[in-house]
Design a protein around this ligand. Structure first.
Ligand SMILES: [Zn+2]
Length: 327
């Protein structure tokens, strides 16, 4: 069936359901599909949507959703857990951030277009059928192939949700090492779509690259279960320690440092290092080892992302520097 025909109310309570849904077609006319894992609990309660694989080279989210689906018993669940294991399967098959069919980044095209390219169609139906129908939403990401980020949970600060718990409540319950608040929302994201539909939503990041580390997986599983406890889907106390770092910033504009030359990049700072404004962060060299560009921090703050891939071109993001704050 097509994702547009997915209706959670038609699934039986106290059951787990595995669905393969069509969402578009590729250039050969073959179906582009997604796997939905749904648990309807014994009692009524909220719908929590989990998505992984918005970027096809990030594997912690898919593993987290698969594990939760197999571990959680419907008898102990209030409400429904909807897991979209891999949002962008063509990108996953290619182990690439973007969809190889149209070259697009799914995290930049929301709200999508039902008559657009494959990635735009995926965004449209994900938004229309899954995100806008959820009560709460977690989008699992990770550093991907080229860069490194700390174990973190991020949210848009300005999400007013009436009587519901807020995105900030969810982020703090997730209990990652870092909680990162973004003062303004960035266009085209899953979370900006959720923001527009007043759905409390968070996303997660972790350092592992093209693999799933046991430690990151444990943090993601614990984080999702903590959110489920917070919103009343499961019983029990939140586990883990509250975040060690509370960061703020949009991760773009002047807080993101990009390459202004092609070359061989080497970072000199580690994740979460506290750096001063104007402090050197790394270098780009020619292949004969001559210095082409030295990278300086535009503000005082913490290193929230650093590029790891040496092969670098003009415009590539090298660092994100975030302000520290206490919530
Ligand atoms: Zn991602």
């Amino acid at each position: 069936m097509h994702l547009k025909d997915f209706d959670i109310s038609k699934l039986e309570k106290r059951f787990k359901t595995i669905l393969r849904v069509e969402i578009s077609t590729d250039e050969k006319g073959e179906a582009v599909q997604q796997t939905l894992l749904v648990i309807r609990g014994k009692k009524d309660g909220p719908i929590l949507l989990l998505t992984g694989g918005v970027h096809g080279d990030e594997f912690e989210g898919p593993q987290t959703i698969m594990n939760l689906f197999h571990e959680i018993e419907p008898e102990k669940l209030s409400g429904s857990l909807v897991g979209l294991v891999i949002a962008n399967e063509p990108a996953y098959e290619d182990a690439n951030r973007c969809n190889p069919i149209d070259g697009k980044n799914l995290a930049r095209v929301f709200p999508g277009d039902p008559k657009g390219s494959v990635t735009e169609q995926i965004a449209y139906w994900m938004g229309e059928i899954l995100i806008s129908k959820a009560d709460y939403y977690i989008d699992f990401h990770s550093s991907g192939s080229d860069s490194e980020m700390p174990q973190m949970c991020g949210y848009f600060k300005c999400n007013s949700t009436g009587n519901k718990l807020t995105s900030q409540d969810m982020a703090e319950a997730f209990r990652a090492k870092v909680t990162w608040a973004h003062p303004d929302f960035a266009e085209g994201r899953t979370l900006s779509y959720a923001y527009d539909h007043v759905i409390p939503a968070i996303y997660s990041e972790c350092p592992s690259t093209r693999c799933v580390s046991k430690n990151d997986l444990e943090v993601y599983l614990r984080g999702a279960l903590n959110v489920m406890k917070l919103i009343g889907m499961m019983q029990g106390k939140l586990e883990g320690s509250p975040s060690k770092y509370y960061l703020s910033g949009n991760g773009d504009t002047d807080q993101c440092v990009s390459a202004t030359t092609d070359g061989f990049f080497q970072p000199d700072k580690n994740l979460l290092d506290l750096v001063k404004k104007g402090e050197s962060l790394g270098t780009i060299k020619s292949l004969s080892g001559e210095l082409l560009e030295e990278i300086f921090s535009p503000i005082q703050g913490y290193v929230g992302m650093r590029r790891m891939l040496p092969s670098t071109h003009v415009g590539d993001s090298l660092f994100m520097i975030a302000d520290g704050f206490k919530s």
